[in-house]
Ligand binder design. Structure first.
Ligand SMILES: Cc1cc2nc3c(=O)[nH]c(=O)nc-3n(C[C@H](O)[C@H](O)[C@H](O)COP(=O)(O)OP(=O)(O)OC[C@H]3O[C@@H](n4cnc5c(N)ncnc54)[C@H](O)[C@@H]3O)c2cc1C
Length: 290
C-alpha cells in the first residue's frame, strides 16, 4: 500500500493548517485498513484515522502519530435502493451519484465536504437531515479486532455524534434510499448548494462550524452578539460572513485557531452563560492516546 513520509498535513485538510506527519498510510480496501489498524494495535501504537480532513485541526510542528488515510477506499455499489460504500468515498460525490440515479432522502446533505467515514463518525447533517437518516448499518472494526455490521439503532447517533462509533474504525456502511425522479432531487441539490454559497465563507479555508449548537441557542448568534465577528488572532479570523466559522485568512497556525477558540468560549460563557463545545476534532501530536 502507498506509504508517504514527512508529509505536510496542511495539504490534506480543508483548513490548510498543520505540521508535518512522519508517516501516512493509504490502505486500498477495508481488509488492508483492518490489517494496518490491527498491526498498530498489536505494537501498542496509537494512530489517527483520516477521512477528508474537513473537520480536523492538525497541530503545528512534527506529528509523530501515524496517520491512516481512507482516501483510497472509495468503492460504492448500488442495487435498487440499497447502497453500500466504503468509508473513504467522498460524501458529496456519493450524494450526487445517488441523486442522478433517483435515490433520494440525502439531497439536503449536498455540499458537505469530507468522506462518508468522517460523516458517520460525526453524524454530519444539514437542513434537518443527517447521514444516519436512511442508514441500515455501519461496518466497523471493533477495539478487539472483529469486523461487524452494527445496525443503525446500535450506533448511538445523536447531534453531531455517534457514541458507539467513537472507538471503532469505520470500514463502510449501507443505506436504503427512497427511489424517485432524479429531476426534483437534483433541483433541490442546486437550491441547497446556492444556500450554502450564500451563507458560508467558502472563499476561505475552514473546517466548517467550529462549535456545536448549545441547547436552545446558536453558537454563531452568540459569537456575533458578543461582538467577536471579524476578530483575528494571527492568520485566523472569526468569519465576517458567518460567526460560527473560523477561517484561515493568512497562513494561520493551529495555535492561532485554538487561541481564537478560547476567546470565543470565554466571552460567550461570561456574557451569556453558554458553554460552547468544540465540533472540530483535534488531532494530537504524540502517540499518547489509544
Ligand atoms: C466549508 C465546510 C462546510 C461544512 N458544513 C458542514 C455541514 O453542513 N454539516 C456538517 O455536519 N459538517 C459540516 N462540515 C464539517 C465536515 O464537512 C464534516 O464533519 C465531515 O463529515 C467530516 O468528514 P471528514 O471525512 O473530512 O472527516 P475528518 O475531518 O477526516 O475526520 C473527522 C473525525 O472522524 C474520524 N474519522 C474519519 N474517518 C473515519 C473512519 N473511517 N473511521 C473512524 N473514524 C474516522 C477522524 O479520526 C476524526 O476524529 C463542513 C466543513 C467545511 C469545511
Amino acid at each position: 500500500m502507498k506509504h508517504l513520509q514527512n508529509v505536510a498535513l496542511k495539504n490534506y485538510c480543508t483548513f490548510r493548517i498543520g505540521g508535518v506527519a512522519r508517516d501516512i498510510f493509504f490502505p486500498e480496501n477495508a481488509q488492508e485498513l483492518a490489517e494496518l489498524v490491527l498491526r498498530h494495535r498489536a505494537e501498542n501504537t496509537a494512530f489517527w484515522i483520516h477521512g477528508g480532513g474537513a473537520n480536523t485541526l492538525f497541530p503545528d510542528g512534527e506529528i509523530l502519530l501515524p496517520v491512516i488515510s481512507t482516501s483510497e477506499m472509495t468503492a460504492c455499489i448500488r442495487d435498487g435502493g440499497t447502497v453500500r460504500a466504503e468509508a473513504g468515498k467522498n460524501m458529496d460525490v456519493w450524494v450526487l451519484e445517488c441523486l442522478r440515479e433517483g435515490l433520494g432522502g440525502i439531497e439536503c446533505l449536498s455540499g458537505i465536504p469530507g468522506t462518508l467515514g468522517g460523516a458517520l463518525f460525526m453524524n454530519a447533517g444539514a437542513y434537518g437531515h443527517e447521514i444516519s437518516d436512511h442508514l441500515v448499518s455501519v461496518t466497523i472494526l471493533t477495539l478487539d479486532g472483529r469486523v461487524i455490521d452494527l445496525p443503525k439503532e446500535e450506533c448511538g447517533f445523536g447531534y453531531r455524534q455517534a457514541v458507539a462509533l467513537r472507538d471503532a474504525v469505520i470500514l463502510g456502511a449501507a443505506w436504503s434510499l427512497p427511489q424517485s425522479d432524479p429531476g426534483p432531487l437534483l433541483a433541490k441539490r442546486r437550491e441547497i448548494l446556492a444556500k450554502r454559497r450564500e451563507k458560508q465563507p467558502l472563499e476561505f479555508p475552514s473546517a466548517g462550524s467550529v462549535f456545536k449548537r448549545p441547547p436552545g441557542a446558536y453558537a454563531s448568534q452568540l459569537i456575533d452578539q458578543a461582538g467577536l465577528k471579524g476578530l483575528r488572532v494571527g492568520g485566523a479570523q472569526v468569519s465576517e460572513k458567518h460567526a460560527g466559522f473560523i477561517v484561515n485568512v493568512d497562513n494561520a497556525t493551529c495555535r492561532d485557531v485554538l487561541e481564537l477558540v478560547e476567546i470565543c468560549r470565554r466571552t460567550v460563557r461570561e456574557r451569556f452563560g453558554h458553554e460552547l463545545e468544540l465540533e472540530q476534532c483535534l488531532c494530537p501530536f504524540y502517540p499518547d492516546h489509544k
